[in-house]
Write a protein that binds this ligand. Structure first.
Ligand SMILES: [Zn+2]
Length: 230
């Protein structure tokens, strides 16, 4: 099985840009109504464990929060590779650098372009890691924060977001062409514009390369679905 974990991939944006590879055979929105806030680490931890983790993960230390494999659906697979997955195998240094640049942007010390460059560099690194892992494990879960990281500073700039969605569409196409296996594409939350910036929204997205018959699934429901597919 392959899971493409695409941070902030927004159900409405996937449709707007007609991203057929991201939509796959079955796609739709996820139900995040049980969550008070759409926090990245909380939502990925809830996806991994099948439990609402909102109360357990403090805001202040959320990025350091790490689950054990036996707490997650990874335990259903004999071999797995979880690449840069929040709450599990996050590349702390890469994300720390992005968060620092984000802060420095608002302190007017760096430009959007300098921030974007690091985000794209980390994206390319994760792509290389993903394609090195495909076909070598029972489960490969690859995480990409491109839509989230670029979106936070530029969601209100259509040309830039179209480039991001085209890139993720191409990535999905390459992954799907490489396998006969089950492919799940999922986001933690969607995104909404705030002027030129973007903020998290409840428009989460999922898709499968086969008919599953899901209808507005909660993000915590995927734990059992993945167990059934393992
Ligand atoms: Zn997120």
């Amino acid at each position: 099985m392959i899971i493409l974990a695409l941070d902030a991939l927004d159900a409405k944006m996937v449709e707007k840009y007609g991203c057929r590879n991201l939509m796959q055979v079955e796609y739709g929105q996820t139900d995040l109504s049980e969550f008070e806030l759409e926090r990245t680490v909380v939502l990925w931890a809830s996806f991994l464990t099948g439990k609402n983790m909102e109360a357990e993960i403090p805001i202040k230390t959320q990025w350091e929060f790490t689950l054990k494999p036996e707490e997650t659906f990874l335990k259903f697979f004999e071999t797995y590779k979880a690449l840069d997955v929040p709450a599990f195998s996050l590349k702390q240094e890469n994300h720390k650098e992005e968060r620092t640049l984000l802060k420095r942007y608002f302190d007017e010390e760096v430009s959007v372009e300098e921030y974007d460059e690091v985000v794209w560099r980390n994206h390319e690194e994760n792509k290389r890691d993903l394609f090195n892992a495909l076909g070598r494990f029972d489960l490969v879960m690859g995480y990409f924060n491109l839509a989230d990281a670029i979106g936070h500073l530029s969601f209100g700039i259509p040309a830039k977001m179209e480039t991001v969605y085209r890139e993720l569409e191409e990535l999905a196409g390459e992954v799907k062409a490489s396998t006969e296996d089950v492919v799940l594409i999922i986001s933690d939350h969607g995104m909404k514009p705030v002027g030129r910036y973007g903020d998290h929204s409840k428009n989460g997205f999922y898709s499968f390369n086969r008919r599953m018959g899901l209808n507005l699934p909660r993000i915590t429901e995927f734990f059992e679905i993945i167990r059934g597919l393992a």
